[in-house]
Write a protein that binds this ligand. Structure first.
Ligand code: F6R
Length: 361
């Protein structure tokens, strides 16, 4: 049941503190000196030389976020859209680890990609929410994100649980590859432990609703970010278009000047995600859109005067560990999409032309 919420989506947005607590439950020791992912033997990924993620939609964005965790630990990886990968796969070796990220565990393109990789002799790992799913059963390993059932078609809490689980996995891969956890281990684990309460405090305020009136009836909505803010910008735009049916696009902030600026004007609000990284550069992009009359909504932690001085409106987030701030920004953007869709009277839990699991290629 929706337990007092108007929609499953809103209920599931509010379940994120609990979902993330479940995701880390028993996986972070008090000492924070190691990661307890009992699914894997120490050294299990010793011989992995290449990491490829395959996923679709929101899970693709979670994989992009995971790529950032690996990048920050000196481990390169590629993220592939599963629909492309399955039909146009990159070279694979036995020491390639292919990680399929799929909430439902039933997405046809993701399953086809993993099957291709398995047949080619690569190592396959499914990261999923559904214990009895095809993805959980068919491949070398399964890692569960433990978000609890998600009923709303729009993925919300599963994105957060995917990112949190993949953050833990990034440290396991680092350990196996380099012989030790990264020097960011304690910061990451402490950040993850603090995250559920930060989700709660964010969800306890309602900063979004006052914004909606001023930003209704626009031509298009753009979302920009860098580093971990980039997948969040893509996810913000995907959620927005899928449930409001308004035109929304997400960009890496640096891409704006390579074409998209042609569309920017007073009727194209721009949501700019700030995680604390590359702030000056993103502010430069904000100036570019403001010069064309676009209103800018900055998603940023409260005391970030540099940002708040420049943007038109602020959606505040708690000052979490910088690598996790994208998750909090994402919650604000989920709320934006939800409230805009609700004001437009959309069928939020069953948006048109989308199924909870897409079982055709
Ligand atoms: C967006 C959404 C879809 C799914 C995509 C992958 O809100 O729900 O984009 O994320 O179809 O689904 P899974 O994760 O089940 O493979």
């Amino acid at each position: 049941t929706k337990r007092g919420y108007d929609h499953f989506m809103l209920k599931e947005i509010h379940e994120q503190p609990h979902a993330v607590r479940q995701s880390i439950q028993g996986r972070i020791p008090d000492s924070r000196e190691y990661v307890a992912l009992d699914e894997f033997e120490p050294g299990e990924f010793d011989d992995v030389r290449d990491v490829q993620f395959v996923a679709c939609g929101t899970s693709y964005h979670a994989a992009l976020y995971a790529r950032q965790f690996l990048l920050d630990r000196g481990i390169p990886s590629n993220v592939h859209s599963a629909g492309e990968y399955a039909t146009n796969p990159p070279p694979l070796e036995e020491d390639t680890l292919v990680i399929g990220v799929t909430q439902s565990g039933e997405t046809a393109d993701t399953l086809a990609s993993l099957r291709y990789a398995q047949a080619a002799g690569a190592r396959t790992l499914a990261v999923t929410n559904v214990v009895g799913s095809t993805a959980a059963r068919e491949f070398d390993d399964a890692l569960f994100i433990r978000a609890g059932p998600e009923i709303g078609v729009a993925a919300t809490k599963t994105f957060s649980s995917q990112v949190v689980t993949l953050a833990l996995l990034s440290e396991v891969l680092t350990r196996d590859r380099t012989g030790s956890y990264s020097d960011q281990l304690d910061t990451l684990l402490a950040g993850l432990q603090a995250l559920p309460d930060q989700f709660e405090s964010l969800l306890g305020t309602n900063e979004v609703s006052h914004l909606l009136e001023s930003y209704r009836g626009q031509d298009a909505y753009f979302f920009i970010g860098r580093a971990e803010g980039y997948p969040v910008a893509l996810e913000g735009a995907l959620k927005f278009k899928e449930i409001t049916y308004e035109h929304a696009e997400g960009f890496a902030a640096g891409e704006l000047k390579h074409g998209p600026l042609a569309l920017v004007g007073p009727k194209t609000p721009v949501f700019a995600v700030f995680t604390g990284r590359n702030v000056e550069k993103t502010l430069g992009n904000v100036q570019e859109v403001k010069a064309r009359g676009a209103p800018v909504i900055g998603i940023t932690h409260q005391d970030h005067d540099k940002v708040t001085a420049v943007v038109d409106d602020v959606l505040p987030i708690p000052a979490a560990a910088p690598c996790l701030r994208g998750l909090l920004a994402n919650v604000q953007l989920q709320l934006v999409s939800y409230h805009v869709a609700d004001a437009l009277g959309r069928d939020i839990d069953k948006p048109r032309n989308l199924a909870k699991s897409v079982t055709v290629e």
